[in-house]
Ligand binder design. Structure first.
Ligand code: F0G
Length: 455
């Protein structure tokens, strides 16, 4: 039986639905890139889980009842207490969103020619490493590249690959090792505590700082509790504390498991590095007691992190993602399995085997899903992660996903039923879907602004 939601709805945002003809015209007019749609023209928005959470009355309340200040606001004190209580970190810098923490960290650590290994970089960490002259490297376990294959912790770092990589490149060329929990790029797949510990030990052995990309730390902790041997009886908070205890620092987008609409953090244990982060933070983000946000938003993060680490909430959260995944799987739609923490990932290669990856099957599927039902997913395939060679040829990405991200505490099961119906109906007529030609894309993070035309 499905368990009832551990909250009730207090405020709503009405939705309208354009006709199929109108949707078709819209998507044509914006070059088949759903990032360029106006939100009012989207019926169910699954572009991202980031910054899309419904905040609680407690979060809004704390935003109203802490004073607005440039320096020394009590929202900062609330956040400081939460970070210490939940993550066990005493030093951090608030920033306006996750990529700003990446910018500060990599600006201070990465130099031209360096390498930054990760289980898998997401688009912004990849771009931020490159932006500083470094090379981002993915050293995830091989199962991550087999979306249909079962497995409990398909987000893990491959320890032997990492060992070999450090030996080959030399620790002096690796300023930091990252581990992304959960592993968004591989389908929101979790990383086990054992793996976090092993990466940490290896990093320590070589004196390389170890940082978590902790955007979805609470969902990762839920998977550790429910899947990893020895953790069933441990509380989520206890598991979170242990996860962070192995790291020298973390980057964090509060727009995911902080349950807020904006915000991020850079956590750093080392006093000297922290000082440098504060100094650079002041130049590019703001004074550390507001860090690029309106001061009150820190209070929403402080409260959100507490709410996202409640087991009842996480159970509900996972139930929703699994519900949509099960509906699609039962209907024969190829998805990454088991479903991860924040989204259902549809395998574009399997869904549209007649479209070669250089014709962007997952992008085409994303555009078609919008036409079908006004549902907005996102391409995480060759447009987002593929490369282009010197002659301008498209080099396909290893994974070709359309992601349906589920915003936290936002949609009902009926809305998920509707999404599943739209995807299933597209699957039935998949042979009629054609590929796309990309006519424009900037060099870094090209998928946001890319334009396509039908072939
Ligand atoms: N790291 C991971 C694993 C992410 O998923 C994201 C963002 C970031 C870093 C950057 O955070 O957006 O606050 O700057 N992911 C969003 C997504 C955008 O749709 O998956 P940000």
């Amino acid at each position: 039986m499905l368990e009832p939601e551990p909250f009730r709805i207090k405020m709503i945002e009405p939705l309208t639905r354009l006709s199929r003809e109108e949707r078709k015209k819209k998507i044509e007019s914006i070059g088949y890139n759903v990032f360029k749609l106006e939100a009012k023209d989207v019926f169910i928005d699954m572009l991202t889980d980031s910054g899309m959470s419904a905040m609680s009355d407690q979060q809004w309340g704390k935003m109203f009842t802490t004073e607005q200040a440039y320096a020394g606001g009590s929202s900062y004190r609330l956040l400081e207490k939460t970070i210490s209580d939940i993550f066990g970190f005493q030093r951090f810098v608030p920033v306006h969103q996750g990529r700003a923490s990446e910018n500060i960290l990599f600006s201070l650590t990465v130099k031209e020619g360096d390498y930054v290994p990760n289980n898998m970089h997401f688009d912004t960490t990849h771009a931020n490493v490159k932006h500083k002259g470094g090379t981002p490297v993915n050293l995830v376990v091989d199962e991550a590249y087999e979306p249909g294959k079962p497995g409990d912790f398909k987000g893990n770092m491959d320890i032997s690959k990492l060992k070999k990589f450090i030996e080959e490149k030399g620790k002096e060329n690796i300023p930091v090792i990252m581990l992304t929990i959960t592993n968004n790029t591989a389908g929101g797949q979790p990383v086990s505590m054992k793996n976090i510990k092993e990466v940490s030990e290896l990093a320590n052995e070589h004196d390389i700082p170890f940082f978590l990309d902790a955007c979805r730390f609470a969902e990762n902790a839920f998977f550790i509790k429910t899947k990893e041997k020895g953790y069933a009886d441990r509380s989520v908070r206890d598991i979170v504390k242990e996860m962070f205890s192995y790291a020298d620092g973390f980057t964090f987008s509060a727009k995911k498991d902080g349950l807020t609409n904006i915000g991020g953090l850079l956590g750093v244990k080392d006093e000297k590095l922290h000082k440098k982060c504060v100094e650079l933070g002041i130049i590019i983000e703001g004074f550390p007691t507001y860090g690029g946000m309106a001061c009150r938003e820190l209070a929403a993060i402080a409260q959100g992190v507490r709410e996202s680490t409640r087991f009842e909430y996480l159970k509900y959260r996972h139930q929703q993602v699994k519900y949509l995944g099960d509906l699609l799987h039962k209907a024969g739609v190829p998805i990454a399995r088991p479903v991860g923490g924040h989204a259902v990932f549809i395998d574009g290669k399997e869904f549209l085997p007649h479209i070669p990856q250089v014709q962007f099957p997952a992008q085409s599927l994303t555009a078609e899903l919008y036409i079908e039902g006004g549902v907005r997913g996102v391409e995480l395939g060759t447009s987002a992660f593929g490369e282009t060679d010197e002659e301008g040829n498209v080099l396909p990405a290893l994974l070709e996903f359309m992601r349906l991200a589920i915003p936290r505490r936002v949609y009902t099961l009926n809305q998920l039923n509707f999404v599943a119906e739209c995807v299933t109906s597209l699957h039935e007529k998949r042979d009629d879907i054609m590929g796309l030609e990309r006519i424009y894309a900037p060099k870094l993070l090209g998928h946001f602004m890319a334009e396509f035309r039908p072939l």
